[in-house]
Design a protein around this ligand. Structure first.
Ligand code: PLP
Length: 409
């Protein structure tokens, strides 16, 4: 038996079908799917009455608090398909000095491979394995490739990873160390994605690009489920989410709808703030223009590699969730991002990744403009450990062989 009681075999599952996020067209469960025929992401649908009957809330609350406690709301049919590296519930950490008393950081850097990409990829790999996939390719800005490499290598699935030239060195090495073949490409992530798409069309591999397979959203959805449980089945007033492909924002929005259908939360929703970098802000531009789809952002650049996504296939889903929630899409510049990372580490002792720093910078700006009030409960998402990114140089030297002025240290 598996040492984690959440991974025992005798639990029913509730997926009924998949559905095109644009047209609503139905697709059969338990078959391998990419995008819908309309070229849009597929969403997984469940028999939520069945889930409610099988999983009364007290039963859920009695389980260990990892990602797999939500199994009835997840797509995997057989626990033997799951390759787990220990997907823990991530903590909500206050950062009173840099943001004030009403702000919590959901620190996703504690997950396997140091980022929340583990939530999406542990699910997508389990489903790929369940559906017989043996070779996967993916474009990545770093963290997704690392998570895919880890889970896929562990169960013998071969992986080919394409990353933009400017991907941080540590990510490239991490991906290679975890058993993938990784290539730097002289282009942006969507251009890497185009190459992956060509190979998939030739039948060389399965395409794991963001939202081009249906199950990463389901893994990312657990951020919303977890947040509700951690806050006692209430949601915060506002969520600030660093938005690249938008999987997490779309996933949380889906989680809230499923929790409401179960009767576990009411109709209230947080205002969702999609945070982007000023050097790559296609969703912000589309939000402000009032349009449903976002055009490609040319000459994308930012220190926050995870949100350097010039074109997102789920653009309309991000924009819909943000608008329905009464939130906004916000852009912050690299200097503000780096200042926020620096201040949070120096004063609150929490080393954010640059993408997490972007949410803190955006929160402060929103506070300044009156978009949020200081007493509203806010959750910022820090989606990777700050240790995966280049840090500013530091460290003077001491000569142990000469007298040391200890009072001056
Ligand atoms: C991928 C990534 C993001 C963006 O996540 P999406 O859900 O794809 O928008 C944000 N921060 C970090 C650290 C990431 O790796």
């Amino acid at each position: 038996m598996h040492p984690n009681p959440n991974l025992i075999a005798d639990r029913p599952t509730f997926v009924t079908h998949l559905e095109c996020s644009l047209t609503g067209e139905r697709y059969a469960a338990d078959e391998l799917h990419g995008l819908s025929r309309a070229g849009r992401p597929l969403l997984v649908r469940y028999d939520l009455d069945g889930v409610g009957a099988a999983l009364p809330r007290p039963l859920l609350e009695g389980r260990p608090t990892d990602l797999w406690r939500w199994r009835e709301l997840l797509p995997v049919r057989h626990p033997r398909s799951i390759v787990s590296l220990g997907e823990i519930e991530t903590p909500l950490v206050p950062i009173p000095a840099s943001a004030g008393a009403s702000v919590l950081v959901k620190d996703e850097g504690r997950l396997p491979t140091g980022s929340f990409k583990a939530r999406g990829l542990v699910m997508a790999v389990a489903m790929a394995r369940e559906l017989g996939v043996t070779r996967i390719a993916m474009p990545t800005n770093g963290n997704a490739g690392a998570a895919l490499a880890a889970y896929a290598s562990r169960c013998g699935i071969e992986t080919i990873i394409l990353a933009p030239q400017e991907t941080p060195e540590v990510n490239i090495r991490e991906i290679a160390a975890q058993g993938a073949r990784v290539y730097r490409v002289n282009g942006q992530i969507d251009e890497c994605g185009a190459i992956v798409g060509r190979g998939a069309a030739e039948g060389r591999w399965f395409d794991f690009s963001t939202l081009k397979e249906p199950y990463r959203i389901e893994g990312k959805k657990t951020m919303g489920l977890e947040l509700a449980a951690q806050l006692g089945w209430r949601l915060p007033d506002a969520i600030f989410y660093p938005t690249g492909g938008g999987t997490g924002l779309i996933g949380m929005w889906k989680a809230f709808a499923e929790l409401e259908a179960l009767g576990w939360i009411g109709p209230e929703r947080p205002r969702m703030y999609a945070v982007q970098a000023a050097g790559c802000a296609p969703i912000v531009r589309a939000f402000e223009a009032g349009v449903e789809h976002a055009g490609r952002w040319e000459d994308a650049h930012t220190v926050a590699a995870g949100i350097r996504v010039p074109k997102a296939v789920g653009d309309f889903l991000i924009l819909r969730a943000v608008r329905e929630s009464g939130g906004r899409a916000l852009a912050v510049g690299d200097p503000a991002i780096l200042r926020a990372v620096d201040e949070c580490a120096r004063t609150d002792g929490l080393l954010l990744c640059p993408e997490g720093g972007a949410t803190l910078a955006a929160y402060r700006e929103a506070l300044r403009t009156g978009e949020v009030d200081a007493d509203e409960q806010v959750v910022l998402f820090n989606c990777a450990t700050g240790l995966k990114y280049p840090l500013p140089p530091a460290g003077a030297t001491l000569d142990k062989d000469v007298p040391i002025d200890l009072a001056a240290l």
